[in-house]
Design a protein around this ligand. Structure first.
Ligand code: SAM
Length: 220
């Protein structure tokens, strides 16, 4: 099944998709292969962003004329495919993930899409990798979609690395609605982060009800 927002009925999700740019063959095959892996129980079923969010992120990267981008949490590579496609001609995307098996699927599809030369994947703990990057490495666009308890540290770490007006996107900030009734550690981490970001003077912040909630931060 194609990922869809918990906020939408199946009919509305179809309508949203039909009213947005359609995934091309490579993206559609990647979505289908990931769904098949989920059906076989090889991967969790709810990890991939919804197709309309992919289109939005590609469009945003293009509108920002982003050159350098970073993704924290890559999985089978669909969100990275969208970001990389939106980057300027000489742009590049750095992907951080710790799962070699899932990202092997990503590499295969990036190759097929002709994007392998503009995406670099680094395997390992994302925060350790991020902290180890040279100080001169900066980004116009960042997408955070990994462990929820790590989000606050990723945002802090990224602040100095974002170019002026740089945009950070955080996925799952509505967390299927669990932010209204936090119980688990992930729920509480997202509630605390959402509250902190809403009043953080360093960022212009909006939480968009797209997908599972997509927070957008612009560095002031
Ligand atoms: C929700 S999935 C990413 C989905 C992807 N953005 C997409 O749309 O297809 C989360 C990914 O984060 C990775 N991850 C979680 N915690 C991590 C950490 N501490 N360091 C590196 N990767 C991590 C997982 O291996 C997984 O692939």
């Amino acid at each position: 099944m194609t990922p869809r927002s918990f906020l939408l009925t199946a009919e509305l999700a179809d309508y949203v998709r039909a009213s947005s740019e359609r995934p091309d063959d490579v993206a559609a095959d990647l979505i289908a292969e990931t769904a098949a892996m989920a059906e076989r129980g090889e991967v969790p079923g709810t990890m991939q962003i919804a197709p309309e969010q992919g289109v939005f992120m590609q469009l945003l990267a293009r509108a920002l004329m982003a050159r350098q981008a970073i993704e924290i949490g890559t999985f089978t590579g669909y969100s990275a495919l969208c970001i990389a496609r939106g980057l300027a001609e000489d742009g590049s995307l750095l992907c951080l993930d710790r799962n070699a098996e899932w990202t092997a699927v990503a590499r295969r599809f990036w190759e097929r899409a002709g994007l392998a030369d503009r995406i670099e994947l680094r395997l390992g703990d994302a925060l350790t990798t991020l902290r180890g990057l040279p100080a001169v490495e900066t980004f116009d666009l960042a997408f955070i979609d990994a462990d929820k308890t790590g989000y606050a540290a990723y945002v802090e770490e990224l602040y100095d690395r974002m170019t002026p007006n740089g945009v950070v996107l955080l996925d799952n900030t509505l967390w299927s609605g669990r932010v209204l009734d936090p119980r688990a550690e992930d729920d509480h981490a997202l509630v605390a982060l959402n509250a902190a970001l809403a009043t953080d003077p360093r960022w212009e912040t909006v939480l968009l009800p797209l997908g599972d909630g997509l927070t957008m931060l612009r560095k002031r």
